[in-house]
Write a protein that binds this ligand. Structure first.
Ligand code: ADP
Length: 490
């Protein structure tokens, strides 16, 4: 039996693990509703019926047929349940938009689908219909939570619909993606001409779905308190800093949790050796396995620096090659797993070929290896230029692999720098640097290597991180408190 509460939440998202995933949003869309459900929230997830979603859900039932959506013909709404957690799903069955080969946003050639504006306006519109008085369902949400630009028009549609409507929350997972389209589409997508204004959906001469959400939603959230501050200023506000600054009282940052069943060194299915804060011997064994697997010198005492990342400008890993010559003057090993910009991939491959004993680079996506690196490395590197929340720095703390991070977004909020004060009060879990430059990164790695040389100090930093609670439960409670506060306020 679930605890009783009256709060009903519609969670509108373009992706959800394990059905369809291009990034961290999919993980949040699975884990947060599941954690909220544990707290008694009556939550349903609304998502498009892409081919892979339809195929992965054999048990679907027709929930409603919608005729007046503003889109051609009939739209069907199907009911199903998310595998594993059983969270109820509402799937939009509209094959002409969603059932095609390719990704959710791009085709096989890497080009955006030409009808993305229509495809995600429909997702937004169904979210608004289900949150409004003309919903065909008996179930009426108190709150509609929209995630990223793909559902950004929901608050606008609800704003221009007859009352009563659900309260809306716009959740920003990354400001860098804004859903920008030609202005003419504003009315074609069923919004009134008056909405195309600075006080509306207009964004530097274009229609922006994210701007629509940020402008019309009752409340805005993002995925860490520091990122909530950063997006109120240039450059991370991506042109919306003025609006976000204006709405700062309606803007809350809540850090994401991590899946503590998937990411637990005591039970991790990908690890050959399990371990915990009470006994770290399995970690040393994983390090040996990692060194062996990647052809590095099998020496337990050489500090091993690990990277698992998209190789893009955001992640700041272009800063690393410049300091490799200086680093290799020390006994040090570096393992990189990632893919992204071709020039950076090639640079890391060349470095690995030149120093096969000390550097290994694996280009591609490899879930198992990512777990082994988190477990087998001594120090984890995450010099992101910006990071709305970030997950790997939390995984690495749980795995006794203190991270070296740039003080930005969620990295700043989840890693406690090993200053003398934080060492004394028992909170230090990693190493934080203020400027995303070659020198900033180099000085911070040097600091981490010095600490590694003092086994007692190092063990304290490891254990502090391993004992922290990064579970979703804490974040879900913060969301629930926020929902209640928003409902009281409006
Ligand atoms: P972002 O969503 O910006 O890429 P996050 O740190 O929030 O960054 O999440 C990235 C997720 O993808 C993490 O779970 C990370 O381990 C995983 N990941 C990234 N690159 C790879 C890779 N090459 N192989 C395996 N997992 C990866």
């Amino acid at each position: 039996m679930l605890p009783q509460t009256r709060l009903k939440l519609l969670f509108v998202t373009p992706e959800v693990t394990p059905l369809v995933k291009t990034g961290g949003l999919a993980d949040v869309s699975a884990a947060l509703p599941a954690a909220l459900r544990e707290l008694g929230v009556d939550v349903r997830i609304l998502l498009p019926g892409y081919s892979r979603v339809m195929e992965a859900l054999p048990d679907k039932r027709l929930a409603a047929k919608l005729l007046n959506t503003g889109f051609h013909g009939e739209v069907q709404l199907l009911e199903a349940a998310l595998p594993d957690s059983g969270v109820p799903l509402l799937v939009i069955d509209y094959p002409q938009f969603y059932e095609r080969d390719g990704g959710p946003y791009i085709d096989h050639n890497g080009h955006d689908w030409v009808d993305n504006a229509q495809r995600f306006a429909l997702l937004s519109k169904i979210g608004a219909i289900l949150g409004g008085p003309s919903s065909p369902l008996d179930w009426r949400p108190d709150i509609v939570q929209c995630n990223d630009w793909q559902s950004g028009l929901t608050p606008a549609y609800l704003h221009f619909s007859p009352p009563p409507g659900a309260a809306t929350i716009m959740t920003i997972h990354n400001m860098a993606f804004q859903g920008i389209f030609p202005p003419l589409l504003t009315t074609a997508l069923g919004l009134p001409p008056s909405s195309y204004s600075v006080n509306g959906v207009e964004y530097y001469g274009q229609l922006s779905f994210l701007k629509a959400g940020v402008f019309y939603a009752n409340h805005i959230t993002t995925v860490s308190p520091t990122y909530a501050e950063e997006i109120q200023e240039e450059p991370l506000g991506f042109g919306m800093q003025g609006l976000l600054d204006h709405r700062y009282l309606d803007l809350t940052g809540i850090v994401n949790g991590i899946d503590i069943h998937e990411w637990n060194p005591a039970t991790d299915k990908y690890l050959p050796h399990h371990y915990s804060a009470d006994d770290l011997s399995g970690k040393a064994a994983n390090k040996r396995t990692l060194q062996h697997k990647l052809g590095l010198a099998e020496n337990p005492d050489i500090p091993l620096l690990g990277v698992v990342s998209r190789l893009t400008y955001q992640k700041g890993l272009d800063l690393l090659p410049a300091i490799v010559p200086a680093l290799l003057g020390h006994p040090v090993q570096i393992v990189i797993l990632g893919s992204g910009e071709a020039a950076l991939e090639e640079e890391f491959i060349a470095l690995a070929q030149a120093h096969p004993d000390q550097i290994a680079a694996v280009i591609g996506f490899n879930e198992g290896l990512s777990h082994l690196i988190e477990a087998g490395a001594d120090i984890f590197l995450m010099p992101s230029r910006f990071e709305p929340c970030g997950l790997n720095q939390m995984y690495s703390q749980c795995y006794g692999t203190p991270p070296v991070v740039h003080a930005t977004g969620g990295l700043r909020d989840t890693v406690v720098d090993a200053t003398p004060e934080n060492m004394n009060n028992g909170t230090a879990t990693g190493f934080v640097f203020n400027h995303a430059t070659v020198h900033g990164l180099q000085a911070c790695i040097t600091r981490a290597l010095d600490a590694y040389g003092d086994k007692n100090r190092w063990n304290r930093i490891q254990v502090n991180g391993m004992r922290r609670d990064f579970s979703w439960n804490k974040s879900a409670r913060e969301y629930l408190a926020l929902y209640e506060e928003v409902l009281q306020r409006i």
